[in-house]
Design a protein around this ligand. Structure first.
Ligand code: ZN
Length: 130
């Protein structure tokens, strides 16, 4: 499996002092032990558990939200056309769905970008060795 090289600290430029950790949301993060700078790890994807968790969340919530969707769309269109001020209320009523579905989709998208970056690195490494 591909072992990404440690990134350099984006603050002091040291590499040996950078420690890889995992953030609360499951993404890789780096902490520098010298300057305590924290930054996102560009080459560490979600662990399998987190990835599955985000998929379950996105699909589960979407399925749960589907029955409400026609009414929700109707309310959004109605608000936009007749009562723009009611749009906020409509969105606030459904915020748990909207927030968590959007959040899960953003996380999966971010993970896909990281994994694509890793595939490109792997390819580059393989062609250097071969
Ligand atoms: Zn540093």
């Amino acid at each position: 499996m591909y072992q990404p090289p440690k990134p350099r600290c984006n603050n002091c430029g040291n590499q040996e002092t950078v420690e890889r950790k995992r953030s609360f949301l499951g993404f890789g993060k780096c902490v520098c032990s010298i300057c305590e700078s924290k930054f996102a790890d560009p080459l560490v994807p979600l662990s399998k558990g987190y990835r599955i968790g985000y998929w379950v969340m996105a699909i589960g919530l979407t399925l749960a939200f589907l029955p409400k969707l026609p009414r929700f769309i109707g309310e959004v269109i109605g608000s936009v056309m007749y009562y723009p001020s009611a749009l906020l209320t409509t969105l606030i009523e459904q915020w748990p769905f909207l927030l968590f579905i959007t959040g899960a989709v953003i996380a999966l998208r971010k993970d896909a970008v990281i994994r694509k970056r890793i595939r490109l690195e792997e390819k580059a490494n393989a062609s250097v060795q071969g």
